[in-house]
Design a binder for this molecule. Structure first.
Ligand code: ATP
Length: 199
């Protein structure tokens, strides 16, 4: 089965694109969702985090204190690596399993970290959805009611637009309106159906 990675920076329109493909019956495997599942209470990933980092990273209700964990690894490379050594293999295994089980003409892996986390090795091609940074900020601010500084910080922590575009097999421009995005999605879908048939 043809496996297609879709990525893009914050607020670029990944969800808008994958929602459209999903309405056409394409299975979308969501790396953000899986990343949360591997640290849910009862998951072995959470148990190992507690073993390595201690139970001070658990909230009273047994869920991972994601904010405290983020704070801990933010400026600490060794701790970040230790955390990723627990989460990344589990995320990859779960993504691979979900992609394998998918029954659609092709399957999409939607991941903000597709190009940064080695997940691009799990797909046959990478589609980047792209908009200028000013529009990323504008649309994310309108959606999340976050302040500009926080969004700029997130953009700065993500792979640069230039590097992301350099790694893309296909680029979808989403700087126009939603109708234009849907037209582009339809073209992409047609191309992928053809490739999927030949795969
Ligand atoms: P994140 O990485 O933050 O999850 P995302 O890449 O999934 O973001 P979306 O949530 O799809 O991005 O889009 C960001 C916001 O911009 C949403 O409110 C969405 O409705 C809006 N949006 C997406 N595409 C367009 C467009 N072409 N025109 C106008 N608004 C758009």
């Amino acid at each position: 089965m043809l496996r297609v990675g879709i990525t893009g920076g914050i607020g670029s329109g990944k969800t808008a694109l994958t929602d459209w493909l999903s309405r056409k019956g394409i299975v979308i495997v969501d790396a953000d969702l899986v990343a949360r599942e591997v640290v849910q209470p009862g998951a072995s990933g959470l148990a190992e985090i507690v073993e390595v980092f201690g139970d001070q990273y658990l909230q009273a209700d047994g869920h991972l204190d994601r904010a405290a964990m983020r704070q801990l690894v933010f400026n600490n490379e060794a701790k970040r690596r230790a955390l990723e050594a627990i989460t990344h293999p589990r995320i990859r295994a779960a993504l691979a399993e979900q992609m394998q089980q998918a029954s659609s003409p092709y399957v999409v892996l939607s991941s903000p970290l597709l190009l940064e986390s080695g997940q691009s090795e799990m797909v046959d091609m990478s589609v980047v959805i792209d908009i200028p940074e000013a529009l990323q900020i504008e649309r994310t601010m309108a959606r999340d009611k976050n302040d500009r500084a926080l969004i700029e910080q997130i953009i700065a922590a993500q792979i640069s637009r230039e590097n992301r575009l350099a790694l893309a097999d296909v680029v979808i421009d989403n700087s126009s309106d939603l109708k234009s995005l849907h037209d582009r999605a339809a073209l992409l879908h047609e191309t992928l159906l053809n490739r999927g048939n030949r795969h």
